[in-house]
Every structure is written in C-alpha cells, then in structure tokens.
Design a binder for this molecule. Sequence first.
Ligand code: NAI
Ligand code: MG
Length: 356
Amino acid sequence: MHAKIAVLPGDGIGPEVTTEAVALLDVVAHLYNHQFEFETAPIGGNAIDSTGTPLPEMTLTLAKQSDGVLLGAVGGPRWDKEPAHRRPETGLLALRKGLDVFANLRPIQVFSNLVDASPLKREIVDGVDMLIVRELTGGLYFGRPRGRTEGPDGIDVVDTLQYSEREIRRILKLGFEIAEKRRRSLTSVDKANVLESSRVWREVAEAMAQDYPKVKLSHQLVDSAAMQIVRDPKRFDVVVTENLFGDILSDEAAVITGSIGLLPSASLGADGPGIYEPIHGSAPDIAGQGVANPLATMLSAAMLLRHSLGLEQEAQVVEDGVRRVLEEGARTPDLTGSSIGKADVIGTEEMAKRVR
Ligand code: NAI
Ligand code: MG
C-alpha cells in the first residue's frame, strides 16, 4: 500500500518521540512491502516562532491531503505569555476542527509487568484493557446558547449540552464497530436519569444495537461509571460517551495505568485523515535530554496503521513489540519509579530501537 503520512513533531519532546515513531513506521513499511511517504510541517510554538501562527495554512493543507497525521505535542513555558490566538494549543484545536475529528479514542491498557506503577492494587489493574470513545466536537463544549448576561441576581450564565441525532449516531456507530472487533462489549455512558440529551442518546443506542447483534450493549450513568473505573476497571471493554463525560473519564482511566509515557490516542473523523498523538504534553522539563519515553507515540503510530490505513496485522505487530520490550525489563526513566523491580534503564533511542 502507498500512504502519505503528515508528521507534526511540535515542541519539547515532540520531535524526539515522533522521530522514533517514524523510524518504526519505516521498518513496518519495509517488512510488509508498503510505501509510506512522510512529510513534516510545523505546529504549535515552533510554528509561532517560524511563521507567526500556531497552525500555518500549509500545515493544515498538508494534514488534509494526508492519509493520517502523526503528532508529537505542543506548548512550553516560552510561549505561555502569547495572546490566546497565538498560543500553541490553539494550533492543535484548530487542526482538530479543520479535520473535523469527532471521535477521540483512548485505549487504556495495563501492561502486566508494570502493574506496580499503578496507584491501584495489583489485582484490580492487572489485565485492564479498555478503550474510551469520547465524542469530541459537540455536547457541552460547543452547544449554543452560551455566555453570560447581567440578571437580577448578578451574573446569569449558560452552557448548553446540545446534540443532533446525526452527531449521536456517528459516534455510537463507531463505538459499535470498534466493539465488534474487540471483546464485543459496549458500555454507553450517560446521565439519562437527569438529562434529556442522554435519554435521546440511549434511544439511539438501543435502536442501533439491532444492527450489531454480536455486541452486548449496556448503559451506565456517568457517576456510577466513574466509581467502577477505579473499583473494577477490568469489566470495561469499549466505553462510548459525550464530550465532557469522556474528558473526565479518560483522564481518570489514564491514571490507573500509572504511566503517562505509554498512552496513545487517536482522533477520527467521518472519512478524512485521523490525528494520532500521545496523551502526554511536550514535557519541557526533560526535553532535549534523550530520556523521553517514545512508546506512547509508537503506540499512536500503531493506531494510525489500524484506523487510518486498515493495517490491523501491522498494528498488532507494533503492539506486540512494545509488550515484549517491557516484558524484557526495558525501562525509560519515567517507568522506574515505585517498586518496579530490577529495571534496565535506557533512553529514548535505545527503547525505540529495541521495539524495532
Ligand atoms: P506533560 O505531559 O508534558 O508532562 C507531565 C509530566 O510527565 C512531566 O514531568 C513530564 O516530564 C512527564 N512526561 C510526559 N511525557 C513523557 C514521556 N513521553 N516520557 C517521560 N516522561 C514524560 O504535561 P505538562 O507538564 O502539564 O505540560 C507541559 C506542556 O505541554 C505545557 O505547555 C502544556 O500546555 C503542553 N501540553 C500539550 C499537550 C498536547 O500537545 N496534546 C497535552 C498536555 C500538555
Ligand atoms: Mg483532559
């Protein structure tokens, strides 16, 4: 297969970790006889420095013309005093909007030999393998009306949780499709005891379940889901939910793994390219030292193979490679805290090389 991949390294450790993910994709291309064409463009703080804007037009154009976007991270103290429209994260938000990525996928996986990094007990986290599908372009973050007015009791303020049936359908459909390829369990999280939007969400999910007879659909209230994620995270396979609920639950679920340097993400649209990036930021405290953990970005590259290029086998080979090096005891410094045992501590390049 021939594919064009846009590479947006960004700031801080972004360039260090994307370099390794690109090298990994090169090896995959070589092994499986694919041709991946990489083109790099600026985003975030470095784009502000070189072009005056966090998302240059040429970067967005390149992203739109690609089959998938691999992104590092943006931001850093150098740009903290920029005005809002010139902040690094504005570039990331504009990219997500420009590609109309309505679904954010966050797999939460606990690697057996890293369970001691988790703040939760071993027996609770060993074997966790869930995927949160968060709606990203609607819901409470974008609903209208919003804003403040002066009322008789002081400021009167409104935010609106709004969805069209089309928006609910497309995110639920993705949830069912992904569940079908995993352990066939889909938990739809809502607040149907209070919110009308959640009641419609449930109705649409129930009707859609008829099209996916192999998938077991269940509904859970968001407050109860928040409890279950720390009490018994193993019960979850795929979780699909509204924008704000998903933001909160995905951060909650991320901490149970205990290692931010390992968690990838994907943001998908209807048919255009997806954006693949680690969930961590630009880590200015360790940038340039060659110690950043490249695995989150390499696992993001695996998601690119799976979701944008349809290369499931290749994606699994990458994921197996990551599991293998961790089993062998290889650790970047971020994975050596607590009592992880006799670690073989290595830097970014060496870690990446062992996976390849
Ligand atoms: P951060 O995720 O960059 O760092 C948090 C802590 O985790 C730091 O101690 C860092 O050294 C460590 N860390 C993160 N990734 C690591 C990796 N791959 N290997 C080893 N250690 C790693 O979050 P923080 O410090 O809150 O933000 C730093 C900058 O990144 C800020 O400018 C922030 O705005 C930006 N940021 C960007 C994001 C993005 O581009 N998607 C997301 C989050 C923050
Ligand atoms: Mg968040």
